[in-house]
Design a protein around this ligand. Structure first.
Ligand code: HEM
Length: 82
């Protein structure tokens, strides 16, 4: 199994929480751009060990532009020396 699964789960949790907190996620304008939600049909590479979704579109709309800019500034600040 994946030796990094616990780290990967924590990273994904953090990334998704940040995205969901910062943005409204809107569906695509056109039907052809919608994601495929069937767990087998969605996979672009059917022989892959992991799921690689076929391309789809969605819109990201800042929930609060000022807060988002502040979080990005603070993040730059915290990671400046890494
Ligand atoms: C979303 C992120 C990740 C996914 C989807 C993923 C997926 C996988 C998969 C499918 C395998 C093969 C499992 C098998 O052979 O049955 C694997 C193995 C492995 N992964 Fe990950 N992985 C992720 C993140 C990570 C991270 C962050 C690390 C290390 C920090 C890592 C280290 C490894 C190692 C070392 C193996 C080989 C384990 C072995 O064969 O003994 N992975 N991963």
């Amino acid at each position: 199994m994946c030796a990094g699964s616990h780290l990967a789960n924590r990273e994904l949790y953090t990334a998704f929480i940040r995205l969901i907190t910062a943005f409204h996620i809107d569906p695509p304008k056109e039907k052809k751009d919608e994601p495929i939600l069937d767990c087998l049909e969605c996979n672009a590479i059917s022989t892959s060990l992991t799921t690689d979704p076929k391309p789809f579109k969605c819109g990201f709309r800042a929930r609060d532009r000022n807060a988002l800019e502040r979080w990005m500034r603070e993040s730059e600040e915290r990671t400046r020396d890494l």
